[in-house]
Ligand binder design. Structure first.
Ligand code: MV4
Length: 453
């Protein structure tokens, strides 16, 4: 096992990793920018190192500073959390070159999944169902029109280096496709330095369902069920739940087994998420994430497996925590991402938290690094905390969530708490009857109401 882990992140995930380290008896090193000197992860870690000024590129993304912090403290492993350097294959390689362990997948798998065309090709080869589309990149020499006609309109143009919704264009006709190809390609070139684009059939009202996987890097791999993350705004997840309100145990077992088998064949190491669009009872692979995700507590709640702790154990050469047969889905969990934003305009609202009262009670978990008197700096994401609620059934979970949201107090800044208090009372949400465009349509409807009243 590792002796000392450097946590290359901030906020709630730094605290989350710290908690797993403490339970494993591993010493912790926090790193922080000058803006985060008073952060909770810095206070709770055994040691801390200031790694630079507020901008992420000068601190949390600064590889030489992180290496120096490892050197100074004698850390033997680095946990990257999510975001920042978590899916940077080069970072994983550099750590290895310095005899440091990267707590994450093999660099080759991070790189492979970072290229969306290669990821899709690999998924298809491994037997994972993919969205019908072009076979790889579509160049100027290709007959894009013929490919478009073959797939059937509407089609979606996606950037190979994109992901998370960046660089996508919908085309409803052959004419629109020509335009979409050149704009998407130009945008991809300037945004990612890679102009490669590919085509997919555009699914109009799918759900976003992702499968959590765990591999030992030696051909052992299991799945831990799914999370339904369809409620998003501008490609930011807002509400995640598991199990999906629309998936049967048989459908879960089938797609789960397909994903677990693929991870066994790849000899995947660590935690991963295979993202699908789900429409008319069919799964279509879109991307794979090679990191611990923000919404991992949903899976922890319904499987009773500590994903961050297992991630650390596995990175140190440990075995999987359970066989597939030993994994059972227990009840239902919902996570709300509470942001420091105006609940109508979503304008960031950094500043001092004057009152903070987290909810509690059976089945209620708060993952947050804020405290009363803490000042949310303006430089990073606006996540104040995650409220995760568990219940025996979805109905019980919703009941507890309503109660927990009503109990929670965050003052001094604006938060998205009022949005969640409204969502838990919406028939579409209560019935689980939503898709990837539901939230934006709901918000547009709410904006219309305030205008006319
Ligand atoms: C799609 C799609 C429809 N059809 N692909 C957006 C983020 C990226 N991960 C994939 N995305 C989409 N890919 C096909 N073939 C619609 C989306 C999409 C979306 C997906 C998941 C969650 C929210 C979304 C919001 C808009 C579009």
């Amino acid at each position: 096992m590792f002796d000392k882990i450097l946590i290359a992140n901030r906020g709630e995930i730094a605290l989350r990793v710290l908690r797993a380290c403490k339970e494993l008896g591993i010493s912790t090193v926090a790193v922080h920018s000058t803006a985060d000197a008073d952060a909770m992860h810095v206070r709770l870690a055994d040691e801390s190192v200031c790694i630079g000024p507020p901008p992420s590129k000068d601190s949390y993304l600064n590889i030489p500073s992180l290496l120096a912090a490892c050197e100074i403290t004698g850390a033997d492993a680095v946990h990257p959390g999510y975001g920042f350097l978590s899916e940077n294959a080069r970072f994983a390689e550099i750590l290895a070159e310095h005899n440091l362990h990267f707590i994450g997948p093999k660099a080759e798998h991070i790189r492979l999944m970072g290229d969306k065309i290669e990821a899709k090709r690999t998924a298809k080869k491994l037997g994972i169902p993919v969205v019908p589309g072009s076979d790889g990149a579509v160049g100027p020499e290709d007959d894009a029109m013929a490919i478009g006609e073959a797939i059937g309109f509407p089609v979606l143009v996606k950037a190979a280096a994109g992901g998370g919704g960046r660089g996508m264009k919908v085309a409803h006709t052959a004419d629109e496709l020509l335009m979409a190809l050149s704009t998407a390609s130009n945008e991809a070139k300037s945004a990612f330095g890679d102009a490669s684009v590919y085509l997919e059939k555009y699914l109009t009202k799918p759900r976003h369902i992702e499968i959590q996987v765990l591999g030992d890097g030696r051909g052992g791999a299991i799945h831990l069920g799914e999370r339904d993350c369809s409620l998003q705004r501008r490609h930011q997840k807002v509400w995640e739940e598991g199990p999906s309100p629309v998936l049967s145990a048989a459908a879960r077992a089938k797609i789960g087994a397909t994903c677990a088998k693929a991870m066994q064949d790849m000899k995947y190491l660590g935690v991963g998420t295979i993202e699908f669009l789900y429409e008319d009872g069919e799964f279509y692979f879109i991307e794979m994430n090679t990191r611990i995700q923000v919404e991992h507590p949903v899976t922890e709640s319904i499987t009773d497996i500590d994903l961050v702790l297992e991630q650390i154990r596995i990175a140190a050469g440990g075995d999987l925590p359970a066989t597939q047969d030993e994994i059972t889905i227990i009840g239902h969990a919902i996570e709300c991402r509470i942001n420091a934003e105006n609940p109508q305009t979503f304008r960031p609202s950094p500043g001092k938290i004057t009152q903070f009262h987290p909810p509690g009670g059976l089945g209620v978990r708060i993952d947050s690094a804020v405290y009363q008197g803490y000042v949310i700096p303006p430089y990073y994401d606006s996540l104040v905390g995650k409220l995760i609620v568990h219940g025996k059934t979805r109905g019980e979970c919703l009941m507890r969530l309503r109660r927990a949201l009503d109990e929670m107090v965050v003052e001094g800044i604006e938060t998205t708490l009022p949005l969640f208090r409204a969502l838990v009372r919406e028939p579409g949400i209560i019935d689980g009857d939503y898709h990837i465009h539901w939230l934006e349509q709901y918000l547009a409807g709410q904006a219309e109401k305030t205008k006319t009243s």
